[in-house]
Design a binder for this molecule. Sequence first.
Ligand code: TTP
Ligand code: CA
Length: 432
Amino acid sequence: MDTVSSSFFIPRKEQGYSDIFKRVRMMPLYSFPHYKDLKPHINHEKNRFFIHLDFDAFYAQVEQRDNPSLRGKPVSVGSTTGEKGIVMTASYEARALGIDTAMSLWQAKKICPKLISVPCYGPKYEGIMLNLIRGLRCFVPEDCIEMYSIDECFIDVTPVVRDFGQAKELAMAIKQKVSDLEDLTCSLGVSWNKTYTKMATKFEKPDGLTVITPADRHKIYELPVKKMWGIGTRISRRLGVMNIFTIGELASASELALCREFGVNGTVFRRLARGEDTSGIIHTRGREKSLNHHHTLTHNVWKYEDIESEIRRITEYICRKLRSKELVTRSLYLVIRYDNLRYAGDDTKLDTATNDDREIFKAAMNIFVKFPRPCESLRARMFGMTVFDLHEDLHRYTPSLFGNNVRLPYYELDKLKYKYGEGIIRVGLNAG
Ligand code: TTP
Ligand code: CA
């Protein structure tokens, strides 16, 4: 499946707080319908049913769920320390008082001195979404579910419903499932295409459920263009210059004029506005259940530093493989074969899913110390590592958000290595 990352979602400079925003942005880069995804032969209004699910005030709601003393109060979640405090999201009580995402904590406290700011805990939120995706498999096959961001997913319910009535019933059942599984509320949009479902979700937030059938198209058409999936401040401004202010106006605009201004995206915008988004579920998660790498040496080794260096080498290899597939691992298995042809192997579970060379190296060394220590008369000749319990890497585009360790920009380093060769840079795996 072809996916493109949409730069439209990256906040623009003129929003003022873009620098702060960039720092707090942690959701995976969105996949946005591409020209290639739009298939004219699909009869787009018939027999296709999608649901979009979005948790309400996600981080804040989770923290209020887990800490009853926060319920009913203005709460913000984000970094809480020093001048760099930031609001990643705010509870609805705080929003009612004017607190907004990406505000500095200082600014937020000025507006609402009673605001309670709590730190965010990424792995917990990630776990909730992954649990939900698992739970949704009782309604549709996994292939029909697209995890779109840390708190949003699309579900293609075409295989299991016949009309909008059934699609709505299913959406209600999903809402109930979310409540049963996680005791959280979410909002849902139901429509015949992904773009409309995403916009529908916003109609009745929080705890909403909105169905947009072809007969309800006018509800979408009345919205300002900026509300459309993929259209931000800059594009809506350019559309404004063309006298296009609503989605309806975009839908009926001249395709030629739009293409002159936006190239092929002009066609995409127009078709999405018209409800002609024929894109399907996009899978970003790899199919792999595990990845492994084994290396047999030409010269057997026994000195600690040589062993360490071999383990480091296979760690780097495995981590790069994980990143190339945008995966993280929760479990690790290390095996060594000695020159007496015996094996030592063991596995460990990691505290959090990762593809960070340093964390995996540390875990691998912790396994190694339990093995018979190689010596001059018992040398190691083969090293192998397997990672399993793999998940999609949700933090791949925003290093350094969670955990005590500062995440290194591994994806960027991989690109450098790919371009300039292995020797260009090496991470010191012994560091923190
Ligand atoms: P959103 O779905 O945009 O917001 P929300 O769930 O808090 O509120 P809403 O009810 O309007 O959907 O984002 C989901 C979570 O992602 C949010 O709780 C916090 C996090 N987030 C960031 O970390 N950085 C950001 O820039 C944004 C917008 C959200
Ligand atoms: Ca949300």
